[in-house]
Design a binder for this molecule. Structure first.
Ligand code: B16
Ligand code: MG
Length: 219
């Protein structure tokens, strides 16, 4: 049987931090004098912090100096930190803990592959940090998803070839990154949005018990 490993995205797969990103970005938009809706927030999922600000400024049709951009990036993150430092294990998304338990039992290692620079803090808040064999986050990459860099570093941490890695992602850019890395992509969320993924599930509770066993025989 061939060996496989798993790379998990964080926001939208393990935990829903998008709601906190939304509140913090909404404050920035309000300070700049425009409305920022939940629909707008969809455009920021899986996207880096700097890119998120650029998208937000485009939405508002606002132009600001580099110095102001830096100030807003700092104030947005400070407000966001206020939310995530209150997070607890009860915010882990349905099926995530059970899936990690099943992987531990099967002896399959997993790492994190997230765009978030706050990923280690979030995992610690959830009590999951020590379970991961490695963390690849926004601090460790030079190119954001859909570039495959984050997942290729994850494969190295797992000591596996890309084709032996299974990526769980909720964002189009993340699925694209996994496919570019020649990994097995699993889309978590809307099947039509994530139609480029090799496999699709609405959430982690839907992963069949024999999912990884079947993949190892295919590999
Ligand atoms: P931070 P993921 C992403 O997390 C979020 O989906 C995205 O909305 C956020 O802008 C990005 O992290 C950066 O987060 O400001 O904490 O560095 O889905 O890649 O786990
Ligand atoms: Mg995500």
């Amino acid at each position: 049987m061939n060996k496989i490993g798993v790379i998990f995205d964080l926001d939208g797969v393990i935990v829903d931090t998008a709601k906190y990103h939304y509140l913090a970005w909404k404050s920035v938009a309000n300070k700049l004098g425009f409305e920022f809706t939940e629909e707008h927030n969809e455009l920021l999922k899986g996207v880096s912090r700097v890119r998120s600000l650029e998208i937000l400024l485009d939405i508002g049709g606002v132009q600001i100096s580099e110095q102001k951009k830096q100030e807003y990036l700092v104030s947005k993150n400070e407000e966001y930190l206020g939310f995530i430092t209150k997070m607890k294990a009860d915010e882990i998304l349905p099926g995530a803990s059970e899936l990690l338990d099943a992987l531990d039992e099967a002896g399959i290692q997993y790492v994190l592959g997230s765009a978030s620079k706050n990923a280690p803090l979030i995992l610690k808040q959830l009590g999951l940090y020590d379970r991961f064999a490695g963390i690849v986050d926004g601090n460790s990459v030079s190119k954001a998803k859909p570039d495959p860099e984050v997942f290729l570093i994850g494969a190295k941490k797992l000591n596996l070839l890309p084709k032996q890695c299974v990526v769980f992602e909720d964002a189009i850019a993340g699925v694209e990154a996994a496919n570019k890395a020649h990994m097995i992509s699993v889309g978590i969320g809307d099947k039509n949005t994530l139609c480029e993924a090799d496999y699709n599930f609405n959430d982690l509770t839907e992963i069949p018990v024999d999912f990884f066993e079947k993949l190892t025989t295919l590999n």
